[in-house]
Write a protein that binds this ligand. Structure first.
Ligand code: IMP
Length: 406
């Protein structure tokens, strides 16, 4: 029997609460797979009273799922080692032999590239961009290369390139890396294909969000990978035709770390309140996140481009207690209003004036087990504009603070 594989992806600029969503949903799956990004992503999971910090390991491994780290991921073995230390060692993990390694000098190169830019991207400084760039230059080192002849020559070539850019070369401890990675190296495509044929349920877990996608995000203020449906096949070899549900995660408001256009951004007391209530400080870098209202124009775009058919709405509790809650319903450009706006590039977005409509605020999310009527009206406005149903509403970090709307 074949069952389809599903995807969870972010509909905003990352940090939508995908960690919680995946943790909640992954109970229904046997395999959870990552296909993009690296240790720029991060989430904290509380499982059976213990707290775990994950960057590339799918949290589903804690409940016995097979965790797959696909070819499209860029891997820093030192940071992976930290993650692995939190586990018991009984977890099942396969790391693609095709995943590219983040070498120590790439972090320095990340900083150097930022310093050369007038408009800084505000990267996480983890060497993500250089790792993907070296991959595209065909100068990359893949996980499988660690176990093959010719590694020293490859590293020497990279060293020459790095030094030609006046960046210090830091020799990686490849013998240690081999020890760390050896128990897990495999073929993502093969493992996923076999799992699929055996009728095992597969959940793909995207990192970052649609608006940070290299091509469909707010370029150049984006990450360097394919962050939604487009990345599944590219980053794991899994047949894209077999994808079933595309579950998009969105907060009830918006945040962004790093620079770039953010039409619905707000400042002042309300922004500070939301930032504090929502603990909106980067998991990977600790940076305070920029805050804004939920942007329905951007959400509609993200739903369309990703093919999202189910929305997981998060953090509605953070807005509890506000008198009114804003929703951006259209953009105004040269006196014309657009609720469908397809150009999410930086230059175009700088020109738009966001039009805000106000919803009545809500107090407690649930009253006698029923969603607050004002929150329900807010959700209906979101569904209408986004063109996808909200299937789950999350109103706190733990699993039981989730309402399934079925
Ligand atoms: P990089 O991925 O480190 O190259 O950073 C590029 C941009 O993506 C920066 O604006 C980062 O703040 C942003 N970014 C990368 N990963 C995440 C994430 O997991 N959540 C939110 N923003 C991220």
């Amino acid at each position: 029997m074949h069952v389809s594989a599903d995807l969870v992806c972010g509909l905003q600029w990352g940090d939508e609460g995908k960690g919680k969503a995946v943790d909640y949903i992954s109970k229904n799956y046997d395999v959870v797979a990552r296909f993009n990004g690296g240790d720029n992503a991060g989430h904290t999971v509380v499982h059976q009273g213990s707290t775990y910090k994950f960057h590339v390991i799918p949290s589903g491994v804690l409940r016995g799922c097979l965790g797959v780290i696909g070819s499209g991921v860029v891997l820093n073995p030192s940071s992976l080692e930290e993650e692995l230390r939190q586990l018991s060692g009984d977890e099942k993990i396969v790391i693609s032999k095709r995943a590219h390694l983040i070498l120590p000098s790439y972090k320095l190169l990340d900083q150097k590239l930022e310093s050369l830019k007038g408009d800084k991207v505000g990267t996480t400084g983890r060497g993500i961009g250089p790792a993907y760039a070296f991959k595209a230059f065909r100068f990359g080192v893949r996980v499988g290369d660690l176990f093959q002849d010719g590694l020293e020559e490859k590293l020497s070539e990279i060293r020459r390139l790095v030094e030609s850019l006046n960046v210090e070369w830091i020799q990686p401890d490849v013998n240690h890396w081999k020890e760390v990675l050896a128990p897990y190296v495999g073929d993502d495509y093969k493992v996923l294909h076999e799992a699929y044929l055996e009728g095992r349920r597969i959940l793909f877990e995207a990192a970052q969000g649609v608006l940070l996608d290299l091509d469909f995000g707010t370029y150049p203020f984006v990450t360097s990978s394919y962050t939604f449906t487009n990345g599944v096949h590219a980053g794991s070899g899994f047949n894209a035709k077999e994808l079933g549900d595309i579950i998009g995660v969105s907060k009830a408001y918006t945040t962004r770390v790093g620079n770039g256009a953010f039409p619905s951004e707000i400042f002042g007391e309300t922004a500070d309140h939301i930032r504090e209530q929502g603990a909106e400080f980067g998991t990977t870098t600790g940076r305070p996140r920029r805050v804004g209202w939920l942007d329905l124009v951007a959400l509609r775009y993200a739903v369309r481009v990703s093919g999202c058919n189910k929305v997981f709405l998060t953090k509605v509790d953070v807005l509890s207690g506000l008198d009114k809650v804003g929703l951006i319903t259209s953009y105004e450009v040269d006196g014309q209003r657009y609720s469908d706006w397809f150009d999410f590039s930086q230059g175009a977005l700088e020109l738009v004036k966001p039009i805000v409509e106000w919803c009545n605020g809500w107090g407690s999310v649930l009253n006698e087990g029923k969603l607050n009527a004002n929150l329900l009206a807010f959700m209906e406005a979101v569904e209408g504009a986004a063109g996808a149903k909200i299937q789950w509403v999350s109103y706190g970090p733990s699993d039981h603070e989730t309402l399934c709307m079925l």
